[in-house]
Design a protein around this ligand. Structure first.
Ligand code: 3HC
Length: 287
């Protein structure tokens, strides 16, 4: 099936990035949010990211205008009725995601593919909320979406080969490199990344090492673009907490248990870059 129009449910950090790369690749994009205010904020963040690309000489003003014209917003699931592919990027909460999938199943054409950008939750559990589990998969992007090359396609035991083939073609058309993972908690990247990030929080919590030394040691010692605490702030501490909780629930392995400091930071809404405060301060962001 040829994908021409793509729907994105949720226009937060990940949803806005996915909408941007789809529109830049030439797709007609519909994004949804729960209300007009959130939608306005999401669309503004896409425009801001495109403006940044123009200021860095990666895009012309004319291309920016053309890209923005391809994107429209909706607050209703009916807005996705003409999409061949819809990607869900709402909060990492299974009950919410299952509601979204059930509603999409009702509203979308019967051969449309429904995907989740979940970082760790079971795609099978979302698929069985629909009457088309063979057309449901995970398409997991990485943050920042416009920069990061990989996409993990998550294939459940119910996903058809045709669905994977369409999703692979689509992801490659965005300039992404595809890896395929089974529907296992955390898939490939977050399964490996999470214990490492949690260990960095535990090290900080021990009070023996500063945040700067942890991050600098990894940046220089392992040649990573950023240290684990800065990366946790980029991902979002609420997202890291949800991923660790989901992994811990499945495996009951203490490696995945969220350290008390992380939980308390999430309770305090110190969520990292998106709220202006995490392990570091981001004074330009309005809390
Ligand atoms: N949107 C668009 N472009 C961005 C961007 C954003 N949010 N942030 C950075 N960029 C671009 C810049 O425009 C710049 O491009 P240019 O060199 O062509 O002009 C380039 O990226 C480098 O940016 P900066 O010079 O501003 O900053 P850095 O060199 O420090 O790079 C970074 C920033 C790209 C974020 C880099 O530090 C990095 O790659 N960090 C690691 C990110 C990572 O590991 N992401 C995966 C997280 S795990 C995940 O997402 C899974 C989820 O499920 C949790």
């Amino acid at each position: 099936m040829a994908v021409k129009q793509v729907g994105i449910v949720g226009c937060g950090q990940m949803g806005s990035g996915i909408a941007e790369v789809c529109a830049r690749a030439g797709y007609i994009v519909v994004v949804s949010e729960a209300d007009e205010a959130l939608l306005k904020r999401g669309l503004a963040s896409i425009e801001g990211s495109l403006a940044r690309a123009v200021s860095r000489g990666k895009m012309t003003e004319a291309d920016k205008a053309t890209t923005l014209k391809r994107i429209s917003g909706t607050t209703s699931v009916e807005g996705f009725k003409d999409c061949q592919l819809v990607i869900e990027a709402v909060v990492e909460n299974m009950a919410e995601k299952r509601k979204v999938f059930a509603a999409l199943d009702q509203a979308c054409q019967k051969d449309a593919i429904l995907a989740s950008n979940t970082s760790c939750l079971s795609v099978t559990e979302m698929a069985v909320a629909t009457k088309r589990p063979d057309k449901v998969l995970g398409i997991h992007f990485f943050n920042p979406v416009p920069v990061m090359k990989p996409v993990e396609l998550v294939r459940t035991i119910l996903t058809s080969a045709e669905t994977i083939a369409t999703a692979r073609d689509f992801s490659q058309s965005l300039g992404k490199s595809v890896v395929v993972s089974p529907d296992t908690p955390g898939f490939i990247v977050n399964r490996l990344l999470t214990p490492y990030l949690l260990d960095a929080v535990r090290l900080l919590e021990s009070g023996t090492v500063s945040r700067e030394d942890i991050d600098q040691a990894v940046t220089l010692g392992l040649n990573h673009p950023m240290g684990p605490l800065a990366l946790a702030d980029l991902i979002g501490l609420d997202t890291l907490y949800s991923i660790s909780t989901a992994l811990y629930e499945e495996f009951k392995d203490p490696r995945y248990a969220a350290p008390p400091l992380l939980r308390r930071m999430v309770l305090a809404r110190w969520l990292g870059r998106k709220t202006g405060k995490g392990f570091y301060d981001y004074p330009k962001v309005k809390a």
